[in-house]
Ligand binder design. Sequence first.
Ligand SMILES: NC(=O)C1=CN([C@@H]2O[C@H](COP(=O)(O)OP(=O)(O)OC[C@H]3O[C@@H](n4cnc5c(N)ncnc54)[C@H](OP(=O)(O)O)[C@@H]3O)[C@@H](O)[C@H]2O)C=CC1
Ligand SMILES: O=CC(=O)O
Length: 325
Amino acid sequence: MSPQSRPRVFVTRQIPEKGLECLRQVAKVEVWPGDMPPNRDELLRHAEGCQGLLTLLSDRVDGELLDQVGPQLRVVCNYAVGFNNIDVAAAQQRGVAVGNTPDVLTDATADLAVTLLLAAARRLPEAIDQVRHGDWKTWEPLGLIGVDLTGKTLGIIGMGRIGLAVACRMHAGWSMDVLYTARSPKPEANQQVGGRHVDLDTLLANSDFISVHCPLSDETRGMLDAPQFAQMRSHVVLVNTARGEVIDQPALLKALTEKKIFAAGLDVTTPEPLPPEHPLVGLPQCVIAPHIGSASRDSREQMAMIAANNIIAGLNGRPLPHAVS
Ligand SMILES: NC(=O)C1=CN([C@@H]2O[C@H](COP(=O)(O)OP(=O)(O)OC[C@H]3O[C@@H](n4cnc5c(N)ncnc54)[C@H](OP(=O)(O)O)[C@@H]3O)[C@@H](O)[C@H]2O)C=CC1
Ligand SMILES: O=CC(=O)O
């Protein structure tokens, strides 16, 4: 195929070169050069006329964008497993296939959830700040007391790939009992960690640690709000590596400041980035990371390859290896 007749693909951010090389074998690839995402106008302009789009979570893919790109568009792939930024129904109505990059980021994201859980439970940011600011005066019998982990109960909200990987780590490493919610029971969770499928109220009332791993949907938006915080144990450590909007953030702030729960570890917030002056940022019992769940070298390279293969399949009218519906 001559370079002129190749399909056009717009990639909305620099991704690992391996994936781009693969795409360049079959398509004319434009990569957005900025450090910041394209704004809406830039996205609409650069996507127009393309057959393929490789998008990120910050790119809203809706009917307006799909219409502007044009009827030649065949495939959109998110460089992420979550795809709440994409109106999948609108894409399907227009015959556009939608893909994502699951599995290869499961371990990295689970590792980060465990890191946040441990850091929040053992007050690591406060401890590090003491050392950095010269406030470490002596070994204190009553200083920086955290919560214990071994043999406690872990509640997983959304027992999918990442939820199970977190449960396996905490069950094997800290002998935790596991409760979980999901719309349907997951036999593998019972087999691998003795996980018990319960309703949300039971999970909230009986967990010492809660980790959120469900996708953002109409059903899960604001799922943890004031009534749910009221049911949690006062020593609970809450971790969220799913999406910020699953938790009502003002309710979380209130629960933390009023010490209704012990601590939180967040990789996701509303909005992202969270402004540095936001009250959650200054709270010592809230550990916040800048959405780095999948940020390990292997994960990001493999995500790039999966995304490229999804796009190539879509351009060729084949089923995507990793399609969402
Ligand atoms: N921080 C980061 O960088 C990253 C964040 N993520 C986030 O993590 C999420 C999970 O990823 P992954 O584990 O691969 O996805 P999976 O699809 O494997 O797991 C999601 C689980 O959530 C469950 N679920 C869906 N709806 C509900 C609901 N209403 N209540 C309770 N559980 C529900 C599903 O089970 P069922 O259908 O039976 O309900 C499923 O088991 C992604 O959607 C993404 O938002 C992912 C990767 C990196
Ligand atoms: O948030 C990241 C994802 O892969 O989803």
